[in-house]
Design a protein around this ligand. Structure first.
Ligand SMILES: Cc1cc2nc3c(=O)[nH]c(=O)nc-3n(C[C@H](O)[C@H](O)[C@H](O)COP(=O)(O)O)c2cc1C
Length: 448
């Protein structure tokens, strides 16, 4: 069972940062990030994940903007830069940073993640996104974001080029032979020479082949195009399924698409997002949950719900039915659509919808004592609903520490988690194969 956690220092609950057990300050605090990485590493978690965007959000909703919700990120480090620092304080945990193919060039992407892989000794992962928030486009010389089809076309081309660039150098290209004066072997490098619809890149990359061969590529797209791209080239996929049956359907669907790309199903690990409220007893978990909910005033809740569903709900009466979506928006997400569907199906009011979805920010959640949480994880994992989880911790660092101290030992007792890290790279720990060095493959073909 692969386990990662979302590393935002604000915690995953809308009011998590206000809780007395939360970090006292989080804005631009490297120490918070290092502390979380170290706690997770103590518990043997496979990876720390940082979501990201390239814009400050919610300025048109002053109450929400002032209160700050964890996904708005008004004051955060650029994640690859941050992880380069975190890597120096850790030795095993994988470091998965988000970067967008919509506004970054493949050469820069390849270079940044290859550098991080070297700096971390083989622990780098790239969460390839096409950028969910349409307003980010305005920071990159565009009035409008690309449409979904074009975003994913660019993403696929970018991924191909990035991987070609990561394959620029043979593992043994850098001789550094002081006696002969040969620093490198010119026969052990190749150009990318890519000229496509969206990008033109000559290469080679100015970074040596990385410790993992290639950093691990994650994705988070939930649309049909997103799933197809994951089947084509993803090695990790974050999901949003909120029921086991949905997760099983998605799992079978996405894994079923891999054969046509010649990929074995275990080359992609599907990791649904999951908020965990754990306590020593179920009552302690309930108490934490209630404390956090009490910290969200109703106007803020409605404002956040509007953000989540992608349209303004604030005009609707709080105790009236959840309104229907006015139509598909450019930035509308699968989570937003499923929240509205669920609320309408169950006849929930706006207030009830808030109470239901805000604790987990619209995603899936589990609440209980360590055995109850472990039962949930085991049930989904053994039921082929997932290969592991992307955990969201409501209050940081308390929730992460609780998970590591309470749930991890229970998972280890059940044989669902190893007693120690299996290896030193993210690939080793996730059970992913190392991509072949194309220079070595060519050599062995020539000699056979
Ligand atoms: C766990 C998780 C983390 C995500 N992190 C990011 C992120 O950091 N940046 C981003 O732009 N989108 C992020 N997304 C959104 C997805 O990239 C994607 O845009 C969204 O799920 C909608 O899918 P689609 O783009 O295929 O329509 C995340 C989604 C999930 C489920």
């Amino acid at each position: 069972m692969v386990l990662g956690f979302t590393g935002g220092a604000l915690g995953g609950h809308l009011a998590g940062w206000r809780h007395r057990d939360a970090f006292p300050t989080t804005a631009m605090q490297l120490s918070c990030m290092v502390e979380m990485a170290k706690i997770a590493e103590r518990g043997g978690l496979d990876l720390m994940f940082l979501a990201d965007g390239n814009g400050v959000r919610q300025m048109d909703r002053p109450a929400l903007f002032a209160a700050n919700s964890p996904s708005d990120r008004p004051a955060v480090f650029e994640p690859v830069t941050l992880f380069a620092a975190v890597a120096q304080h850790t030795s095993r945990i994988g470091l998965v940073a988000t970067a967008t193919t919509s506004f970054e060039e493949p050469f820069t992407l390849a270079r940044k993640f290859a550098s991080l892989d070297h700096l971390s000794g083989g622990r780098a992962g790239w969460n390839l996104v096409t950028t969910q928030y349409v307003e980010d486009a305005k920071n990159f010389g565009r009035d409008e974001h690309f449409g979904r089809a074009e975003r994913y076309e660019r993403a696929r081309e970018s991924l191909d080029v990035v991987r070609k660039l990561w394959d620029s150098w043979a593992t043994d290209a850098f001789l550094e032979d002081k006696a002969s004066g040969r620093y490198l072997d010119p026969a052990r490098v190749r150009l990318a020479n890519h000229r496509g619809t969206h990008f033109a890149v000559k290469g080679p990359l100015n970074v040596a082949r990385t410790p993992q061969g290639q950093p691990v590529v994650f994705m988070a797209g939930q649309s049909d195009a997103g799933k197809e791209l994951a089947a084509y080239g993803g090695e990790g996929l974050f999901g949003t399924a909120s029921s086991k049956a949905d997760a099983q359907r998605e799992y079978a669907d996405i894994k079923g698409r891999m054969a046509k790309y010649g990929r074995p199903t275990d080359a992609l690990k599907i990791l649904p997002a999951l908020s965990v409220f754990v306590g020593r007893t179920a009552a302690e978990a309930d108490a934490l949950f209630e404390e956090l909910q009490a910290l969200i005033p109703p106007p803020l809740a409605v404002s956040y719900l509007s953000k989540l569903v992608g349209f303004d709900v604030s005009e609707a009466p709080l105790d009236g039915p959840m309104p229907e979506s006015p139509g598909e928006s450019l930035g509308g997400t699968a989570i937003g659509r499923s929240v509205v569907e669920m609320a309408r199906r169950e006849g929930l009011s706006v207030r009830e919808t808030c109470a239901r979805v805000l604790p987990s920010m619209g995603g899936n959640m589990v609440k209980g004592d360590p055995r109850q949480v472990a039962d949930f994880l085991e049930d989904w994992y053994t039921g082929k609903a997932c290969d592991g989880f992307m955990l969201s911790m409501p209050v940081q660092p308390r929730s992460l520490r609780d998970f590591v101290e309470l749930v991890v030992p229970e998972l280890q007792r059940r044989g669902l988690r190893p007693p120690h890290y299996r290896g030193s790279t993210l690939r080793d720990n996730m059970g992913l194969a190392r991509p072949a060095d194309p220079f070595e493959s060519a050599q062995s073909e020539a000699s056979s």
